[in-house]
Design a protein around this ligand. Sequence first.
Ligand code: PMP
Length: 427
Amino acid sequence: MRDSLHDRHRAVMPDWLTTYYDEPLELVSGSGRHVTGGDGRTYLDFFGGLLATMIGHDIPEITEALRRQAGRLLHSSTLYLIRSQVELAEKIAARAPVDDPRVFFVNSGSEAVETAFLLTTAAQRSNQVIALRGSYHGRSFGTVAATGIRGWSATSLSPLQITYAHNGYRYRSPFGHLPDAEFIAACRDELRTMIETATSGSIACYIAEPIQGAGGFATPPDGFFLAMKEVLDDYDVPFVSDEVQSGWGRTGRSYFGIEHYGIRPQAITFAKGLANGLSIGGVVAESGLMNSLSANSISTAGGNPMAMVAGTAVLDFIDSHDLQTNAAEVGRILLTGLREIAERCPLIGEVRGAGLMLGVELVEPGKIPAVSRTNAVLAECRSRGLLVGKGGLHGNVLRVTPPMTVTAEEARRALAILDDALTIVAT
Ligand code: PMP
């Protein structure tokens, strides 16, 4: 018998490149919010390939834009003017809550964050970075060091000096039980003490995901980042908002997750959903910060015309279909439904998130992370035709992140499946 695709994968790919499910799934085609697997079954896609399928599969406007561009020119490099790059940069600059913005394109989230580190270390003449506990910023040398989840960061010997601050995650915080204002004050005091005791006071940047992705969708309370920004301003520390997962309105408001907190960061990193799954990444930063590099810099394929026309098609689609409003409305149905399930299901410790970025933390009695049961829920969902993701420090948080075009009916179908899967695994 010929080896299965899984056998061939195992023989040729690294051991650490793990897949979901005991019997991994190959996805071969998609339409809207549905994907069809190599097993011939169709699934409701509520993970979007790690939140990159922003507006759904096989969107005619995107396919057409790519077809047109592919027939003209695949690549030229930034040594020549690229009309589609300037157009997308203009759109991003007009939408980002960043003063006097400049935009630079790369190919991935890791490169985007790496670029933010290049800019801020050069501008501040410091290699010290404050990241948050439970953060994920990528798999390059610098970003892996700034990642505050050991399972993703153990191998780094980085030139950056990283200090980890509170991520606003209350469920497991020693001061999580406090009312909002007191909790935020405690985190603010902790940040100030940390800067005073664990850094030289000269700091390249503070980098935060407004809602932590791989970290399990830790969602700080309103006012959290405003309070942190006040401390950072006192010490002249630039704020980098890593919006690789939370960008473009998925959280149900405007274009960036940090807008929920009413602050204007010095830089925003983006990737994933902007080109609906094609390789793309970039930074939008205040011009002083962006221009702090004195050496030339280039990204050969960064800003290539294919990714750029896809990015423009995605932003136009989000605008013309008012998808932030849809994300807020369908997100509310999902959040309410998940909280109703939580009232009946002892396996659920907390439901959190915003818009279409929702996390369900699964626990055994005593808040012990329900790691194997989370895998079981993922498998039960799959067998009922629903794909969801997982994350968290221990891998015990379900991630529910459908494309922004998801309908209320699809949300209700997913809730029914989640309800069944959680009930079966809990008993
Ligand atoms: N930052 C965040 C917040 C992410 O979630 C990710 C990817 N999961 C990255 C950076 C790295 O992006 P990429 O995998 O495209 O390099």
